[in-house]
Design a protein around this ligand. Structure first.
Ligand code: PLP
Length: 351
């Protein structure tokens, strides 16, 4: 058997930037412990690699959405450090009970039925109470109804609907509602804030915070210390071609060269989560100089105008512009969508 060749697109994950960002949120969390949301495969960057770096930095609480995400982590975290807690935000359904009982991860119970089923196991769990996002979790009425009696709650959670808009009145309303329910539902810890919530003041931090996007370099920093970009992309040049003025590039002939132009064709397309909306908008970087993406982004390829760049050749790796805020804005996507859409066709390289 011949080893398969490595992919021609690389997702570069800057571990020191990841750890820097987590530490910024950990400091901003004050007396509260700082966890990390690593759902959606660590926001597209590889949950096992992200988890290992954050655990080494001192993070002890990790959050995923699905039980199948736990399986990948359990393999990667072998042996699973004693103090590390993984909580599953979707709770546990009947089809997931067997895996949950065999796992050290704990569900964040979200419905009355889940609470009833889990109570019969006699094990502790986390609980999500919905204070106004009206998406996932027990209602305030359910949480106060006594249905949680007899359950050992490790962490009682709630989640903000409008943290991206700190001035929105729902934030203060949710904080107050959560503090009220926390006063009557006994739990070892209480947790409300995502990345943006951590910057909203001490009253939002309770005992544990759950930053996600900020750790990966997105959204506003919680204080004066800036966040760093974590993700980069490099793609192999699979062909260079010289075209004449008047020649078009790519599907739809949406780019027409105004002069003799050198095109580098790289192995990166929308199937890699590099958005098609970056057609004629994206860029690559050669020796600090931006080289514009020309024509449409295809499924597996994109073309860059390298006429004015230092010479590049077939087989070279091209650095693709992926500054998170700027790329998301250029693509018309949120930073969350951009990162979680990256997919698994890359060779992930942790630097
Ligand atoms: C995804 C998620 C987070 C992290 O949110 P960010 O906005 O990425 O910081 C925190 N808590 C819950 C319940 C989540 O689902």
């Amino acid at each position: 058997m011949v080893e398969p060749a490595p992919p021609n697109a690389r997702l570069l994950v800057d571990r020191s930037a990841l750890v820097h960002n987590w530490q910024v949120f950990a400091r901003a969390s004050g007396a509260a412990a700082c966890g990390a949301a690593i759902k959606a495969d660590g926001y597209g960057l590889g949950a096992p690699g992200v988890a290992a770096a954050l655990i080494a930095a001192g993070c002890r609480d990790l959050f995923v959405a699905h039980w199948h995400e736990v399986a990948a982590l359990e393999q990667a975290l072998e042996p699973w450090p004693d103090q590390v807690r993984v909580a599953v935000l979707h709770g546990v359904g009947p089809a997931e009970m067997a895996q949950a009982l065999a796992s050290r991860a704990v569900p964040v119970l979200v419905t009355a039925a889940q609470v009833a089923a889990w109570k019969s196991t006699g094990r502790p769990a986390d609980v999500m109470v919905d204070t106004g996002i009206n998406r996932l979790g027990l209602t305030l009425v359910e949480a106060r109804s006594g249905l949680l009696d007899g359950l050992a709650i490790d962490t009682l959670h709630s989640h903000l609907a409008c943290s991206e808009d700190p001035g929105h009145p729902l934030n203060a309303w949710q904080r107050a509602a959560f503090a009220d329910v926390a006063a009557v539902v006994p739990a070892r810890r209480h947790a409300l804030a995502n990345s943006a919530g951590i910057g909203m003041g001490e009253g939002f931090r309770f005992d544990l915070t759950r930053p996600g996007i900020g750790i990966y370099g997105g959204g506003p920093a919680p204080g004066a210390e800036p966040l760093r970009d974590v993700a980069g992309i490099a793609a192999r040049i699979i062909q260079c071609r010289d075209i004449a003025g008047g020649d078009a590039v790519g599907y739809g002939a949406t780019f027409v060269a105004e002069r003799p132009t050198r095109i580098a064709v790289v192995a990166l397309g929308y199937a890699d989560g590099y958005p098609r909306s970056l057609s004629n908008r994206g860029w690559a970087v050669v020796d600090g100089r931006r080289c514009p993406l020309v024509g449409r982004v295809s499924m597996d390829m994109s073309c860059f105008d390298v006429t004015d760049a230092a010479p590049v050749a077939e087989g070279d790796w091209l650095t693709i512009g992926f500054d998170l805020a700027e790329t998301a804005a250029a693509a018309g996507r949120t930073e969350y969508e951009l990162l979680t859409g990256l997919g698994d066709r890359y060779a992930r390289v942790y630097t």
